[in-house]
Design a protein around this ligand. Structure first.
Ligand SMILES: Cc1cc2nc3c(=O)[nH]c(=O)nc-3n(C[C@H](O)[C@H](O)[C@H](O)COP(=O)(O)OP(=O)(O)OC[C@H]3O[C@@H](n4cnc5c(N)ncnc54)[C@H](O)[C@@H]3O)c2cc1C
Length: 217
């Protein structure tokens, strides 16, 4: 396997409805099969390939405090006040919550969301009120209407999609990678990811797992 860094996909080469290659800013790559897994930019790339994805892209922020003694050896998550708090091995408190509500590709979020996360964290743990916030960061998450990923075939022949992980794509990685590899190799979804097809947004067989999928950690 080759990982080519700083190489932007700018388009796809197709023979009729079959993908045969990828155009990049560093030249063309011919390919028998193409797997699309660009997270927050999945719908941008799908558009280049000629189809729409039912994805909304939103900013999501997380933040860490300065280093502290180890006092919090677990993850606590509250859907009531809406925050999660864990402590990294080095000692930073790691906190986050929900997405910024607007659509966008700017990798930064709104200040009031950070303020809300901090207020919720202090409501759960008043002892952390004196912890200083060290840094925040934001990324783009690809959300679907049933808060579940899309892992399967696309409307373009020999092109496969793995996206829609929203705020929970780390934790799904082993299962997603395995079932996606099976789908690409066999040109058919595995039984595990069969319900997570793109067609469910046409048939209406959505996955009612919002509470399980739409949360961090
Ligand atoms: C602040 C924040 C906190 C999060 N917290 C959690 C958490 O606690 N638990 C959890 O499970 N998940 C969490 N997530 C979600 C998780 O980070 C993502 O779901 C996961 O990283 C997606 O992995 P991926 O491999 O699908 O995509 P990515 O790791 O995003 O990789 C996609 C790649 O595609 C590249 N790309 C995009 N467009 C192009 C193009 N045109 N050409 C070439 N390359 C392109 C991007 O540069 C990127 O490298 C969080 C996300 C954010 C933003």
């Amino acid at each position: 396997m080759d990982i080519i860094q700083n190489c932007e996909v700018t388009g796809f080469i197709k023979d009729g409805n079959r993908v045969t290659g990828v155009r990049t800013n560093r030249g063309t790559i011919n390919a028998g099969k193409v797997a699309l897994c660009a997270a927050g930019h999945s719908s941008v790339l799908a558009k280049l390939a000629g189809f729409d994805l039912p994805i909304q892209s939103h900013p999501l922020q997380a933040l860490v405090s300065e280093l502290h003694e180890m006092v919090h050896p677990t993850v606590v998550m509250s859907n009531h006040v809406h925050v999660y708090v864990s402590q990294a091995h080095k000692g930073e408190l790691v906190m986050g919550a929900g997405i910024d509500s607007y659509n966008g590709y700017g990798q930064r979020g709104s200040f009031h969301v950070i303020e809300h996360q901090m207020a919720a964290a202090v409501e759960l743990f008043p002892i952390f009120a004196r912890a200083h916030l060290l840094r925040t960061w934001g990324g783009i998450v690809d959300t679907t209407m049933d808060a579940s990923p899309i892992v399967g075939k696309s409307p373009v022949e020999n092109m496969y999609v793995n996206c829609g992980w929203g705020t929970g794509g780390f934790k799904g990685t082993p299962g997603a990678g395995w079932s996606f590899a099976h789908t690409i190799a066999n040109d058919e979804p595995h039984a595990l990811n069969q319900p997570f097809s793109l067609e469910r947004f046409v048939t209406g067989a959505l996955i009612d797992e919002h509470g399980a999928a739409a949360v961090a950690h």
